[in-house]
Design a protein around this ligand. Structure first.
Ligand code: PEP
Ligand code: MG
Length: 591
């Protein structure tokens, strides 16, 4: 039995096996029940088979286009797939420690990488890069090309307590709090949005424990006391039984947000459109199930599963877009053209000297290179292939095209010219297609500053707050020395958002917000107060967003936002906002 002391931010006394989520490394470790070990082993084997197929495809293409020598890189990777040090070791970790496959692959990789690091031979160092690449591919294929915390948390089938390094409010809003009894995190403070949310949900929480996620092994029994701020590892059986009995008596079912559909209004009657962010056509069902009125952001780059974009032909893309649009019809679907960074793609497209990388969310987020619309303009053949597929799919429903990472008017004009060329190419083939609306993502500060000019070139705006915040504040979120400065409530960010909205309104074009900020239940009312009425977020966050909107008074929030925009520091803004919420009853702690 070991006791740790943190800050109790949400009252309650709970006990359960620990689900340990270490999100900074983007790999989550969790225990699996004995009967599910086989499932994890199958997932590992499937990922290996899928990775083999992909690598063979890539190797053949490279051999064809660039010669056998370069293709040999992938022969080496294919051999690594069969090396017992990686997949074999991962399988042993799954079976021996009863943990999830993704975590096991990461552990196996770390073990081998350590061995390689001790060897000076440059050839073997090169192999280390390949190993990382292969492990990245395996993990990606295990996630079904998407994933992250939310998807894994969905797999839960027994009650537990969550132990994490950090928990974003938008993640908290989506978890199943019937199964997760409480949480303890390394980071956090009493006023952090996640803490406020925990109180609103009635979930016991202790934060600010500094290294709790590293000290508690997955599956260990953990007691969380949200009143005293204490976390007990391996509480003695008598204490555990007492807490369990007390919890059973006291557990009050929290009202779950209704998965209602259709338009939602604020308390004072302002209609707010809630759309979903998705990554594949298969996600459309989840979007509809969560009551989405449309797709506000389809991240098309997830189509490749880590391969280069020229691997997806026009017909394959058309089929995928058509499926999405048809499933959502008559609701609008906004498909963003590829937001990939050339450096993060597999080697085939780029200089063979560059390191091959994949693009999970955290990595994509940190790059300001040849990505988004810049990538499209630099690779017009790939870009026009996508545009032709999109134009064809537009015939099957309501499709809008969105350009990512725009930083100038010039880029929008050049991209529109390529849309015209793509249309002409289709016409030459006798294919007529509708004219979809063309929008611009506002996620680079230069685009935000010139919003009123860009609004003349675009049919709609979508504000990508994830990138906008990090580039405005010059904070790389993947660099933990500065990641705590990533602050959505920074006055510069709020002023930019206001400026973008004004630019759009002046030119009469619609503007939505599709970054994480929209799914934060504390920030959403503020955005409503700034006059924004359309939001898009991951489907799991939509029920909570509905509830927040229904409890928000747009007029009251407009007054609050006007005052917030005069304040100079994040602390002042946060304090003012939290005080106002108390008055507004949005997060009434007594409820
Ligand atoms: C954003 O930057 O806010 C955004 C939605 O785009 P992504 O997260 O895909 O970079
Ligand atoms: Mg972005």
């Amino acid at each position: 039995m070991e006791r740790l002391k943190g800050i109790g931010v949400s009252s309650g006394l709970v006990v359960g096996p620990a689900l340990v989520a270490i999100q900074r490394t983007q790999v989550i470790r969790f225990p699996v029940a004995p009967e599910r070990v086989a499932r994890e082993l199958t997932a590992l084997e499937r990922a290996r088979a899928r990775s083999r197929e992909q690598l063979q495809q890539i190797r053949d293409r490279i051999a064809q286009r660039k010669g056998k020598e370069l293709a040999a890189i992938f022969d080496a990777q294919l051999l690594l797939l069969d090396d017992p040090l990686l997949v074999g070791r991962a399988a042993a970790i799954i079976a021996g420690e009863r943990v999830n496959a993704e975590w096991a692959v990461q552990r196996a990789l770390e073990e081998v990488a350590e061995v390689f690091s001790d060897i000076a031979d440059p050839y073997l160092h090169e192999r280390k890069g390949d190993l990382q690449d292969v492990a990245g591919r395996l993990r990606m294929n295990m996630r079904g090309e998407k994933g992250g915390a939310r998807d894994l948390f969905r797999d839960l089938d027994a009650p537990c307590v969550l132990v994490a390094d950090e928990l974003a409010p938008s993640v908290v809003a989506q978890l199943d709090w019937d199964l997760i009894r409480g949480f303890a995190t390394d980071a956090g403070s009493r006023t952090y949005h996640t803490a406020i949310l925990a109180r609103s949900l009635g979930v016991a929480a202790v934060v600010g424990l500094r290294d709790v996620s590293g000290r508690i092994p997955a599956g260990a029994s953990v007691l969380i006391d949200g009143d005293s701020g204490e976390v007990v590892i391996d509480p003695d059986p008598a204490l555990r039984l007492e807490v369990e009995a007390r919890a059973r008596r006291a557990r009050v079912q929290q009202p779950r947000p209704a998965a209602a559909a259709g338009p939602v209004r604020t308390r004072d009657g302002v209609a707010i459109a809630l759309h979903a962010n998705i990554e594949r056509s298969d996600d459309a069902a989840a979007a509809l199930g969560s009551g989405a009125e449309g797709i506000g952001l389809y991240r098309s780059e997830f189509l490749f599963g880590g391969g280069p974009p020229d691997m997806a032909g026009e017909d394959e893309q058309y089929e995928e877009y058509r499926r999405t649009v048809a499933r959502m019809a008559p609701r609008p679907v906004t498909i963003r053209t590829f937001d990939v960074d050339e450096r993060q793609l597999a080697r085939p497209l780029v200089d063979s000297g560059l390191e091959a990388r994949w693009f999970p969310q955290a990595e994509r987020a940190g790059h300001a290179g040849l990505r988004g619309i810049r990538f499209g303009l630099a690779h017009p053949v790939i870009f026009k292939t996508q545009l032709r597929a999109l134009l064809r799919a537009a015939a099957h429903g309501s499709l809008r095209i969105l350009f990512p990472f725009v930083s100038s008017v010039q880029e929008v004009r050049a991209a529109r010219a390529l849309v015209a060329e793509a249309r002409a190419e289709l016409a030459a083939r006798g294919v007529a297609c509708p004219t979809p609306a063309i929008g611009v993502m506002i996620e680079v500060p230069s685009a935000a500053f010139t919003a009123s000019m860009l609004a003349r070139e675009a049919d709609f705006f979508t504000i990508g707050t994830n990138d906008l915040i990090q580039y405005t504040l010059a904070v790389d979120r993947t660099d933990e020395r500065v990641s705590d400065r990533y602050e959505p409530l920074h006055p510069a960010v709020l002023r930019l958002i206001r400026q973008v909205r004004r630019g759009a309104v002046r030119r009469g074009i619609p503007v939505s917000v599709c970054g994480e900020m929209a799914s934060d239940p504390v920030l959403l009312p503020l955005l409503v107060g700034c006059g924004l009425i359309e939001f898009s977020m991951t489907p799991g966050a939509l029920p909570m967003a509905r509830r927040v909107v229904q409890e928000t008074s747009a007029a009251e929030m407009a007054r609050i936002a006007a005052r917030v925009l005069t304040l100079g520091t994040v602390d002042e803004i946060e304090q003012y906002l939290l005080g106002s919420f108390g008055r507004q009853n949005v997060y009434d702690e007594a409820r």
